[in-house]
Structure formats: C-alpha cells, structure tokens
Design a protein around this ligand. Sequence first.
Ligand code: GDP
Ligand code: IMO
Ligand code: MG
Length: 423
Amino acid sequence: MAVDLLLGLQWGDEGKGKIVDVLTKDYDIIARFQGGPNAGHTLEFDGIKHVLRTIPSGIFHENSINVIGNGVVIDPVVFVKELEGLDQFNIDYKNKLIISRKAHLILPTHRLLDAASEASKGKAKIGSTLKGIGPTYMDKTGRNGIRIGDLELKTWKEKYRSLANKHEAMIDFYNVDMQYDLKEMETEFFAAIKTLKELTFIDSEEYLNQAMKAGKTILAEGAQGSLLDIDFGTYPFVTSSNTTAAGACTGLGIAPNKVKDVYGIFKAYTTRVGSGPFPTELFDEVGVEMAKVGREFGAVTGRPRRCGWLDLVALKYTCEVNGVTQLMMMKGDVLSGFDSLEICTAYKYKGKTIKHFPYNIEPENVTPVYTKFKCWSEDLTKMTETSQFPKELNDYIAFLEKELEIPIKVVSVGPDRKQTIHR
Ligand code: GDP
Ligand code: IMO
Ligand code: MG
C-alpha cells in the first residue's frame, strides 16, 4: 500500500494533531517524520484535551502502531513526561509505540546552546521554543550527533561526554549571561534515558517498507508548518528540518513514488508564533478578537500567537511545494460574527503586483492586496454536515478551491474530534 502525508501549510499549529487523530481509524500506522518537542499537537475527545510533543497523534487509538521516524529529534526528558501523561489514561504505549534507531537525541547541552544562541542574537532572535532543536539538527548534519541506536552501544556515554564538553566550550564562546546546573540536568537526562530504553528501537525504514509490502496503510504526520521549512520557509525565521512533503521521504525512508495523498491543513485565517515576517498580520482589535476566540496561545510555550487574515499567496506556494492533493480547513468557527473577512490574493512587491511568494517578504518589500468577503454569523460549532453551512462560508470555501485548484475535503468547526465535517 501507499503512504499518505498530513502536513501544515502555514506557520504551524494548524490543527494537525486533531486531524491525525480523526484520520487514524483509517490507517494501520501513524509515523511522525520530523521535528521534535518544539511541536505541540492538541487532540480533544470525551471532554479531555491532550497535547503531544514527539509521540504521533494516533497513540490514543487501540489498534494503531505509532512510529517515531529517523527524521525526528527526541529529548528523553520531555519524552518521558509525555509517557507519564499517557499513563494517566492507561495507554499501552509499550506495544504500539516504536522508535527509529536513526532518530537523533537532544542533549541537555543542546537546549543550553539554543538559549545561548538566541540570547546572543538580541532583537534578531528567531523566537525559538528553546527545546534544542536547531543545535541538535546542526550536530546531525555536522555528523557529530548521538542517535537512539547509539544507546545500545556500551561506548555511548563516552561519546556523550565528549560532545557535551564541546558544547560547554561553545556556550562559553557565546559569552552570554547564563546560569545552569549541568550536573542536575544530566541526572534527569540519564534517568529519562533509562525509561526510554524500555521502549522498542527499530530500523524504522525497513519496518515501514515491509509494512507497505504487507498491505498496511500508513499516515505520515508532519510537525510545524511549510512556512517554517528550513529551505522553503521564511528563513532564517524557520525551524531546522524539512517540514514539507519531501521531509516525509527522508524522515521515514519512504520513496517518493510510494506517496499517494498529501493532505494540506490550514486555518481559515493565519497565525504565527515567534519572530519573522507575516504580511497579513493584524495589529488591530480584529487580530485581538481572532486570538481570543481562537484561543491562540502556543501549546508548547504558552506564548500568544500573532494573528492575521488568510494569505492565499503563501498558501498557493505551500500547496505547490508539497503537491497537496486534498485540503482541510480548520477553525472556520472562529471567524463567525466578524463584520467582514479578507483574503490576501496578491502582494504589492517593490511597486509591482505579484501573485507568487517572493524571496523576501519583509514588510518593507511586501504589502498585501486583499479581497473582501461577507462573513457568516452562524455558530458553526454545532454543525454536523455541509448542508447546514451558511452561504457566506460556502462562498469562502468555493473561492479558495477555485484559486487553489484543490478540493477542501474537511472543514473543522471546533477542537473536538466530533467537530469535523467531511465534504
Ligand atoms: P498542531 O500543532 O497543528 O497540532 O495544532 P495545535 O494543537 O498547536 O493548535 C491548534 C489549536 O486549535 C488546538 O488548541 C486545537 O484544539 C484547536 N483546534 C483545532 N481545530 C479547531 C477548530 O476547527 N476550531 C477551533 N475553535 N479550535 C480548533
Ligand atoms: P507544531 O508542530 C508553531 C516556531 C517557533 C520559532 C521557530 C523556530 O505545533 O505546529 P524552534 O523551536 O524550532 O527553534 O523554533 O519555529 N515553531 C513553531 N510554531 N508550531 C510549531 O509546531 C512550532 N515549532 C517551532 O515559535 O518561531
Ligand atoms: Mg502546535
């Protein structure tokens, strides 16, 4: 069987966790392909909200196998806290959560390096979640990293010490004011590694390819969003992995010709957390209202998310880069009752009107051009089928489908699993 991908088309937090959970019943395996605990994927059902960081969002389903792929970076300390969260709900993760030997480990010193790097940047800081993501991927590509499979070797602690020593020297080099107790962090880290080692480590690319041959269905789960992709995002205000469709191939060992559907997920508006350009950002009461109604606070850091209108120029770009075959629109319910809605359909770029996403979208170069829409006033959260949709919502959806030339197959009208309408 083939693999389907699900990934975010904006700057993250589109609702990936919710939709993976909804779709899991149709798949045998859910496989996370990149990122680390910078992600916060929220699922809601039976009146309970769960936030996952590294663990795939299929974990609450009894029969799904959840794979953490080679492209992921794992912080044992955060990971063990996630497991403890699952223990409260008696989730049998020992039998359905497996980890790639090729996934890289986030060390305590990676977190410190992240903090030192950000502190050294001052106003130009990325707004990182400070989970050690950048430094860990730097060690991966620099060929210095420690992988999950190394934990099976007797010599791994020597490798650890040598890398941590090097990191400490690098932290000194940054010459920023930082207080930390590495001994204490290491005690927590080594205790977490012990728990981590109770789980199953596998050659996940082999596992997934054999599963496909045996007719199993796989859904690959992305983290972050396409505009945070290391190559195609708003560099340098991005994360350190390929969040786009190609990242699923390298992050799982799945060949491109095995990919079938690419589900692209987006909010009916736009949000961003952290620094970096955001052409349609709203600084008025409309933006404040979106943040309030949409509860736009980061699932990981609790930081307020910046809010703005939907950016079709950016969305077209990310649909193209990912080869999206089906769209899913989230949080339409949040927009109910606004005076009117706007969609950015072009940019004024250095005096010209353009429709493609340019190299530089800094505010001094780009001004959004908007098309205005009537807003719906109905509460969407209780709706269960498309026949109940107000005309204005149908018009909004139809416009997007026409512009993007991709069907919107799912409309999400609330955070709960049940508040999901298939079209
Ligand atoms: P992810 O990182 O893409 O998984 O998204 P997050 O979990 O970080 O952020 C999405 C937030 O929106 C979470 O709090 C979800 O519970 C919530 N959410 C998801 N879909 C909807 C929706 O259709 N309407 C509303 N109001 N909230 C939603
Ligand atoms: P999910 O999977 C939203 C942002 C950070 C920062 C930049 C770099 O929940 O959608 P990093 O910690 O990677 O060094 O941060 O990327 N960021 C996210 N924003 N959702 C996420 O994940 C994010 N993961 C990282 O805020 O701007
Ligand atoms: Mg999130």
